[in-house]
Design a protein around this ligand. Structure first.
Ligand SMILES: [Zn+2]
Length: 59
């Protein structure tokens, strides 16, 4: 199962191993609904963006 990041309304981000069709979890800190952050997958598929930024900031 893939690891996804979830962010609650208070800004707490938690990583969870969940099924692909899981869209939200309960935040472990505040108990509110944390929604899946899907933007990261998009960046990975593009292969540009954050890879380029990461290498650039290291050099
Ligand atoms: Zn929370």
């Amino acid at each position: 199962m893939p690891v996804y990041e979830f962010e609650c309304p208070e800004g707490t981000v938690s990583e969870r191993l969940v099924k692909m069709d899981t869209k939200q979890i309960k935040c472990p800190k505040c108990g509110k609904t944390a929604k899946k952050i899907i933007s990261q997958c998009g960046f990975e598929l593009k292969g540009g963006g954050w890879y380029a930024d990461g290498y650039a900031s290291k050099k």
